[in-house]
Design a protein around this ligand. Structure first.
Ligand SMILES: [Fe+2]
Length: 318
């Protein structure tokens, strides 16, 4: 069945190309269908053509790079993405893919520069925030606000959220704790932006919170729920806040259930090497900031208590 769909897609997009040779994504979609059919050498040529037509498109870039790796040409993938990053220095999709490509050639040193977890992961807690008077009460208020939010729906259309619900944008309507949470995020970001870190990977160094727009949404995971590895391609800095967690998190030192993990490769990429990752045990009231190109995932947990998080993106204005 899948083969039939891929073959049908190839024929359909070939017809599209005859009608409109400049149609965005036609060649790349043919490349994806050919990859699904394990015709990787043919797929590579379609991705190459797609990238020649749309050299600024990061999604096509990484599809082409992924196909190069699949065809045993990881060094060419690194060269390709390296030259793209010279023109687009902090493209989140390209930075994330670069870390993956470098891992495929076992360049531990350069992977560690991009995935510098020690320096670039920033943790704090609502208990330390001057914006929050009572952290325990605040956490409960935030959890309740997410669970009662009218936009909370099963994340059936999400590619990465499994067995959970997600809200749309959370507001600062009267009674909402999100106003305080935004102040807490501002405090944390201000401290984060003052860290003395490499500017090419940390372009928000010295920026102020008002240089960014803030998008913020809630996520509630049920038993077995988790998020597959993903990035936030439209932001520079992303983060997560934990207002409610199942009691079992951290109880068994061997299973890492409910932890957040950074550095695992997105499922869409061909991978032959195990990546270098970092696990963090979430704690009530904890807030984590990280570069949006750090792919991140959560580990499934076994509990009837919900794991509630509030995620956010800081997107540069202008
Ligand atoms: Fe995320």
């Amino acid at each position: 069945m899948e083969n039939q769909q891929d073959n049908a897609a190839i024929e359909a997009f070939k017809e599209v190309l005859q009608l409109d040779p400049g149609y965005l994504g036609a060649e790349a979609n043919i490349g994806l269908a050919l990859s699904n059919l394990d015709k990787h050498d043919q797929a590579l040529e379609y991705f190459r053509n797609a990238y020649e037509k749309f050299p600024n498109n990061a999604t096509i870039l990484v599809s082409f790079g992924n196909s190069l790796i699949r065809n045993n040409k990881p060094h060419l993938a690194i060269e390709l993405v390296g030259s793209y990053l010279k023109a687009h220095p902090y493209n989140v999709t390209a930075c994330s893919f670069m870390a993956h490509a470098l891992n495929e050639i076992d360049d531990e040193h350069l992977v560690a520069e991009l995935h510098d977890f020690d320096s670039f992961l920033f943790k704090t807690n609502a208990a330390y925030s001057s914006a929050i008077k009572n952290a325990d009460a605040f956490n409960k208020q935030c959890a309740k606000y997410v669970l009662k939010h009218p936009s909370l729906v099963n994340a059936t259309t999400s590619v990465t959220t499994i067995k959970g619900q997600q809200t749309s944008e959370l507001g600062t309507d009267p009674g909402s704790p999100i106003r305080e949470l935004k102040k807490f995020i501002e405090e944390a970001f201000t401290e984060y932006a003052q860290l003395n870190l490499d500017g090419s990977r940390f372009p928000w160094a010295g920026c102020s919170f008002s240089d960014f727009s803030l998008n913020i949404w809630g996520c509630a995971l049920d038993r077995g729920g988790h998020q597959d590895p993903h990035i936030h391609p439209n932001a520079w800095v992303s983060g997560v806040f934990y207002p409610q967690l199942p009691d079992i998190i951290g109880q068994n030192p061997h299973d890492n259930a409910g932890y957040i993990e950074f550095g695992r490769t997105e499922k869409r990429y061909f991978q032959s090497n195990e990546p270098r990752t970092r696990l963090i045990k979430p704690e009530l009231g904890m807030l984590i900031l990280f570069p949006s190109y750090f792919s991140h995932a959560t580990i499934p947990f076994d509990s009837n208590q919900k794991r509630i998080s509030i995620a956010f993106d800081l997107c540069p204005i202008g």
